[in-house]
Design a protein around this ligand. Structure first.
Ligand code: SF4
Ligand code: SF4
Length: 302
């Protein structure tokens, strides 16, 4: 049985990727399953999805702890946690990054066959949006030849076509083919030491007096009351709000609707943005009645 673990961020389409891979495997004569594991239900938060593929019926229902293949859809996730935990000795990796495989370090001893692809740039070029799931599936086919690219493209065209329309299905298939051709194959570096992983929440005697509660989850997210300022959610963003002060009528809607309190109200009721914590969800731009906020592609700090 082959086990695949997808690591992504909410909004990148990790779940659709796992489902499409399972669908492609079935088209190639395998049995397969796919399911997600969500942490915080937020755009940009770390998520995992799993797929299992076998020549016989798949009965295991657990999360994937010892993957044959690791799909890392956002490079920053590899800085936060021991992402390659449990990877089988002959396991493979595919990663969305501008780096070459020999520059990818997933922790001490992880010397794995690795395919790297700049899936974010490719998705922007082909799909005009930073949704990398189909590009990652194309790269996956290059790194790991169990499920052929043609079956993956067929599954993508059908699934995405049904959900988003025929044209979107074809474009996503094209993203997969382009990623397949662009993927660089090599081996990971295997030198980095990760710190000890903390439990979900601190014990009472671990909380410093006078400090906010703080802990690290396996995904490196601080939890506990008043911990939100410790999570630099601004690193998650793919698009950035641009504020036009001249258009602003100071209605305050953006200020109270931002889920990360990243819109800061000034004394005169104009706004400024905390880019360390703005995750680029676009809610402020959607809610602004006079289009004083425009979402611009990319992570900017203006
Ligand atoms: S895009 Fe707007 S609503 Fe979303 S996090 Fe940034 S400031 Fe807040
Ligand atoms: S929602 Fe628009 S108009 Fe209202 S305060 Fe924010 S930027 Fe200004």
């Amino acid at each position: 049985m082959y086990e695949i673990r997808f690591h992504g961020r909410g909004g990148q389409g990790a779940v659709m990727a796992a489902q499409s891979l399972a669908d492609a495997a079935v088209r190639s004569g395998f049995h397969a399953q796919a399911f997600p594991y969500f942490g915080a239900e937020r755009r940009g938060a770390p998520v995992q999805a799993y797929a299992r593929i076998d020549t016989k019926k798949v009965r295991t229902k657990s999360q994937v702890y010892n993957p044959d293949l690791l799909v890392i859809m956002d490079e920053s996730l590899s800085e936060l946690a021991d992402i390659a935990a449990g990877l089988k000795p002959d396991g493979r990796v595919v990663m969305n990054t501008t780096k070459r495989p020999e520059e990818v370090d997933l922790g001490k001893g992880v010397d794995a066959v690795c395919g790297t692809v700049d899936a974010s740039a490719l998705a922007l070029e082909v799909l005009k949006m930073p949704v990398v799931n189909t590009s990652m599936l194309g790269a996956l086919a290059r790194v790991w030849d169990v499920v052929p690219l043609e079956s993956i493209v067929e599954a993508i065209e059908d699934r995405f076509g049904e959900k988003l329309g025929t044209r979107a299905g074809i474009l996503n298939g094209e993203a997969a083919r382009t990623a397949y051709d662009s993927t660089i194959i090599g081996r990971t570096l295997g030198r980095k030491e990760y710190g000890k992983l903390a439990e979900w929440a601190p014990a009472w005697n671990e909380i410093p007096i006078g400090n906010s509660l703080r802990s690290e989850t396996r995904d490196g997210v601080a939890v506990g009351p008043a911990s939100s300022s410790q999570n630099l959610t601004g690193r998650w963003k793919w698009s950035t709000p641009r504020y036009d002060r001249e258009k602003c009528i100071r209605c305050l809607r953006c200020w109270w609707s931002c889920p990360d309190s990243a819109v800061i109200r000034l004394d005169d009721d104009y706004m400024r943005w905390d880019m360390d914590h703005c995750k680029g969800c676009g809610i402020c731009a959607d809610i602004c009645p006079v289009n004083a906020i425009e979402m611009v592609q990319g992570a900017h700090t203006w």
